[in-house]
Design a protein around this ligand. Structure first.
Ligand code: AHR
Length: 664
């Protein structure tokens, strides 16, 4: 929490203050400011903004996890992916190396892993009547549209193999570039035998060290021996992931830079599924990765092996310093729901999930967590009962289910805060809840800009508000425009103003792998195998990252313009531990706005040194960032030469500006 220091003034400082006031008074009469923001900086006038104010929402959408934050490089590592799409023999995106006269590849249900029985069968004909090509025959995997392999880095290979042959079978595992299968790394060679005619699965492991960089590489598994081979659970993980926890470094850092105070996960519609059988079932996503069945997310239309499962999501939240917020499936999906008589297993699942996250290591599910390397309970405080399941015409069904979850969870875990899907922003809820979930996706930016005041009239006696999904979408937003981001900035300023009732907010969706086929735009962070950039909406969030736990200061904006909104907070900087005032101003119009900012009630003056101005704008309001121009629309910081308690500033057209004024 910000603490202001109001030391008693001495004669010299009084004199300096007089000079400053005279100088500022002079400015007042000569300036052509059209608007004035009066900020009350006195210590007692402000109100704390909740510590949890700004967070992030991770959904498995757009390959955010599989092929994204989760650094696993092999796609469809267990050969199960075809199952979800109704084609059990699909090995996509694996490719066969060698023609049909040399090798035949299929799948069968012979895996040693009970919950994911599909394995790859390769029958190698060469090295008999026909000799094998020197490089062998086999299969290759391009990962998620090309693996990013970097010179000098190490990659851990794990795979399970079974062979049927009359003698030793050679296996080469290598990394190849996109062109002509050029070898990029040390090759791992294995020699595998059929033991006394008994077919047995064995686990093979090794480290591949890259000699070159290629962002579009493949993993290749080949042999020159005539044999039948089965492969299953083939994994290749970079060794340099965040803390070795499996999170892709650059993407982790981008989220961490938002300083999220909570992480909502794993969806979104991903939690629900279109059909219930395709929803997120947390128990299938924990324990040894090889044994996870994986599932087909039928809403976002891709297979996930669930390597990035419930445990990993709790872990990433902890690594980010964010409180986890688990959205669980409440027996409702987009297309169907269970009867009340069939709800008990869902309730038990929710209770077990809470025990997994925060139970003692000696409890049933807490012990599973402990066996995964986290004996300490996670700091787990929030659950959301479903996602978007209290839509009009579904309220009654939602609520009767909600009550059952609410009662069971509060009975077992009274301290857990429960989030309802029903909207209590206009009329009070008719059921108990700690927070209500609020989603907003206006089709145009003006609509979002005007939502600045959406919580002004919300009852202060009901549950707190969690704006867990917001974004401008469609034409004004495209892939993420400046215009959309500015409207969102205005909306966030309105949330700050209402942060006595709005306790949490996060943008949606967080990530997009730009190579994905079926995607949701816009998003906060775009990436491919090796690059990433923030959209303007991402950068707007960074401008609010100091708001969590800050002091919201009373301010009054006098203006005839309907294009500007502004707010002021006091915060202690995590960088230099000094106290600053941050005034944020959105100019949503095409004209420069002159704004006088006056700050009263401070015990010491605004210091010019270290005071800065950070502006997010661009030459065209529809500008976006891209891989070729990742920094087209990013905040630009500069010294604020005229920083004082009373200053006139120019606010660029279509911009959001953050004035960070050093106070102590
Ligand atoms: O954020 C994308 C989707 O939008 C989420 O999955 C869903 O909750 C909402 O409809």
């Amino acid at each position: 929490m910000v603490s202001y220091s109001y030391s008693s003034s001495n004669l010299l400082s009084s004199f300096v203050l007089c000079v400053v006031l005279v100088a500022n008074a002079f400015q007042w009469f000569t300036s052509d400011a059209t608007s004035t923001l009066m900020v009350d900086g006195s210590p007692n006038s402000g109100r704390p903004i909740p510590n949890t104010f700004l967070g992030a929402f991770f959904e498995e959408i757009n390959h955010a996890g599989a092929g994204g934050l989760w650094a696993e490089l092999v796609s469809n590592r267990g050969f199960e992916a075809g199952r979800g799409s109704g084609s059990p023999s699909s090995i996509y995106p694996w490719r066969v190396i060698g023609n049909e006269s040399l090798i035949s590849v299929s799948t069968d249900l012979t895996s040693c892993f009970e919950r994911n029985k599909m394995a790859l069968r390769m029958e190698v004909f060469c090295n008999g009547p026909k000799s094998c090509p020197p490089a062998g025959v086999g299969v290759s995997n391009p990962g998620y549209w090309g693996m990013n392999i970097e010179k000098g880095k190490k990659y851990k290979l794990v795979m399970y193999v079974k062979v049927k042959a009359s003698g030793p079978v050679d296996l080469q595992v290598s990394l190849t570039g996109s062109v002509h299968r050029v070898n990029m790394a040390s090759i791992i060679s294995f020699s595998v035998m059929t033991d006394n005619n008994i077919l047995k699965w064995i686990k093979l492991e090794g480290i591949l060290e890259s000699k070159a960089t290629n962002h579009n590489s493949n993993l290749q598994i080949t042999t020159t021996t005539r044999a039948i081979l089965w492969l299953d659970q083939v994994s290749l993980m970079p060794l340099d992931t965040y803390k070795g926890h499996g999170f892709r470094m650059d993407l982790f850092k981008m989220v961490a830079d938002l300083k999220p105070k909570f992480l909502r996960f794993p969806g979104g519609c991903f939690v629900e599924g279109y059909y219930l059988k395709n929803g997120f079932k947390w128990k299938n996503t924990i324990g040894a990765w090889e044994q996870r069945p994986g599932h087909y997310g039928d809403v976002w239309k891709y297979w996930t092996d669930d390597g990035f499962g419930f445990f990993e999501m709790l872990q990433v939240a902890e690594d980010l310093g964010a409180l986890p917020i688990w959205v669980f499936n409440n027996g409702m999906s987009i297309g169907e729901e269970v009867n009340m008589s069939a709800l008990s297993p869902f309730i038990q699942d929710a209770l077990d999930g809470i025990e997994f996250a925060k139970g003692s290591p000696s409890s049933k599910w807490g012990s599973v967590r402990a066996s995964m390397g986290h004996p300490e309970p996670f700091d787990f405080r929030f659950v959301a009962v479903g996602n978007e399941n209290c839509f009009p015409h579904h309220e009654v069904h939602y609520q009767e289910k909600y009550f059952k979850f609410y009662d069971a969870i509060k009975r077992a875990y009274p301290e857990i805060r429960i989030i309802s899907n029903c909207d209590g922003s206009k009329t009070p809820l008719n059921h108990p809840a700690d927070l209500i979930d609020f989603h907003i996706y206006p089709n145009n930016s003006m609509d979002m800009f005007s939502k600045y005041s959406v919580f002004d009239k919300t009852s202060r006696s009901g549950p707190k508000v969690f704006v867990s999904e917001y974004a401008v979408v469609k034409d004004d937003a495209r892939n993420g425009t400046l215009l959309a981001a500015l409207a969102e900035a205005a909306f966030l300023i309105g949330l700050e103003r209402n942060s006595d009732i709005v306790h949490m907010v996060c943008y949606a969706p967080l990530f997009i792998n730009k190579n994905g086929r079926y995607s949701w735009i816009p998003d906060a962070i775009a990436f491919n195998s090796h690059e990433s950039y923030g959209t303007p909406s991402y950068w707007v969030q960074q401008l609010f990252s100091e708001s969590s736990g800050a002091i919201y200061l009373k301010s009054t904006l006098q203006t005839s313009s309907n294009s500007i909104v502004a707010s002021a907070i006091g915060y202690r900087s995590s960088q230099d531990s000094k106290t600053y005032l941050r005034v944020k101003v959105v100019n949503f119009g095409s004209e420069i706005e002159k704004l006088r900012i006056t700050i009263n009630g401070l015990s010491s003056n605004v210091q010019q040194s270290r005071s800065t101005k950070t502006v997010l704008t661009s030459s065209n309001k529809m500008d976006e960032n891209s891989f070729s121009q990742p920094n087209k629309v990013v905040p630009r910081k500069s010294a604020l030469e005229n920083a004082s308690n009373n200053m006139v500033v120019s606010i660029s057209p279509y911009s959001v500006t953050s004035f960070d004024l050093l106070v102590v």
